[in-house]
Write a protein that binds this ligand. Structure first.
Ligand SMILES: Nc1ncnc2c1ncn2[C@@H]1O[C@H](COP(=O)(O)OP(=O)(O)O)[C@@H](O)[C@H]1O
Ligand SMILES: [Mg+2]
Length: 339
């Protein structure tokens, strides 16, 4: 794959199930050697996209290319260059980790000695050399996913698709998988990773496409996406709940468009500000003048959660809502926001 050919490119990709539009004109370009996050709630089309790019679903309308190869026209050529970690992986519980990897190697026609050597190398790479001889049934969630990841790398893919690699894992397992994904990137593999977790995209991805209703509604780095919500935010946590109205009034004086949010349980008020230093100075003085005691005062970038709310008008953990009347719930967000 030459330097300028993107690892993945789609143009107007569409896929319907009955009258449901799972993909609704999806455009995406992923430069090679990067980690690209595809972030979206349940039902937004993530799995349909990955399965289409991995040649498991036919390209119905539009165009998809992987490593410069037309997925619809030359699926076999595409298959030689990709690895896939599906939402539900296919390792055999009764076999050991090493046996699973050797079996995948043989399936890829590596021949016994090379399959064994590859299994060893991958077990070591993902910190599984100790447990490699044990049956997979005894593995923790994080270990299993690391083994899945190893299995998807048997033939050193140019492009690796990871469909929700950490869904269902505990925080420790999640961290293990994150570290494993990070270790891939140095090797030049392009990773396209889907996730419902904003934090995961923030942690791993160079660029993020936000998916809603089968199309990309925003795209950029985590930082540029955060900047869309309007710069910095000031958070004030109070000693005493009684100070909330006063603190809210103080923040309103510096808030962009006067939008102050108060969380009574957390004793916190928060507002977007245009000039962080001026805002901070004003807030400290004004709270002091009013005799309101703050326990904590921070200036921060908005979280990706806030970005998602801003872009879609709803939280990221909504249940499946991509079906039904298309776009009725996305008025004002028809175009893609680019950053
Ligand atoms: N095999 C299928 N039959 C019917 N509808 C489907 C099928 N697969 C996916 N869909 C629908 O397509 C939409 C996108 O699904 P999917 O790609 O699985 O989203 P995600 O992976 O983001 O949760 C959803 O509305 C889902 O219900
Ligand atoms: Mg899915």
């Amino acid at each position: 794959m030459t330097e300028h050919v993107p690892a993945v490119r789609t143009e107007g990709l569409r896929r319907t199930y009955g009258d449901k539009r799972a993909l609704d004109g999806l455009d995406m370009t992923v430069p090679r050697g990067t980690v690209h996050g595809v972030l979206g709630p349940n039902g937004s089309g993530k799995t349909t996209l990955v399965r289409t790019l991995a040649t498991l679903l036919r390209v119905e309308r539009g165009r998809a290319e992987v490593a410069g190869i037309d997925v619809g026209a030359r699926p076999r050529e595409v298959r030689k260059r990709i690895g896939l970690l599906g939402q539900h992986a296919a390792v055999d519980e009764e076999l050991s980790g090493r046996q699973n990897l050797e079996m995948f190697g043989r399936l890829h026609r590596l021949g016994r000695p090379r399959a064994a050597a590859r299994a060893d190398a991958l077990l070591e790479r993902f910190g599984l050399e100790e447990t490699g001889h044990k049956a997979v049934g005894s593995y923790s969630g994080g270990m299993r996913r690391r083994l899945d990841l190893a299995a998807s790398l048997i033939v050193d893919p140019e492009v690796l698709f990871l469909d929700e690699p950490t869904t269902g894992l505990d925080p420790r397992g999640r961290t293990e998988v994150w570290n494993a994904v990070r270790s891939l990137v140095g090797g030049g593999t392009t990773v396209l990773l889907t996730t419902q977790y904003l934090e995961e995209a923030d942690q791993l991805a160079d660029r993020i496409s936000v998916l809603d209703g089968g199309r990309v509604i925003a795209e950029g780095t985590a930082d540029t996406l955060k900047a869309m919500v309007g710069g910095d935010r000031v958070d004030v946590v109070l000693r005493d709940r009684a100070g909330l109205p006063g603190a809210a009034a103080v923040l309103a004086e510096v808030a962009v468009a006067g939008t102050v949010e108060a969380d009574e349980d957390a004793r916190r008020v928060s507002a977007p500000v245009a000039d962080r230093m001026a805002a901070l100075t004003h807030v400290v003085r004004a709270l002091h003048d009013r005799g309101i005691e703050a326990e904590d005062l921070t200036v921060r970038r908005p979280t990706l959660d806030e970005v998602f709310m801003h872009l879609t008008g709803g939280p990221a953990d909504r249940v499946d809502r991509a079906g039904g009347a298309p776009h009725a719930d996305r008025s004002g967000h028809d175009g893609k926001v680019s950053a």
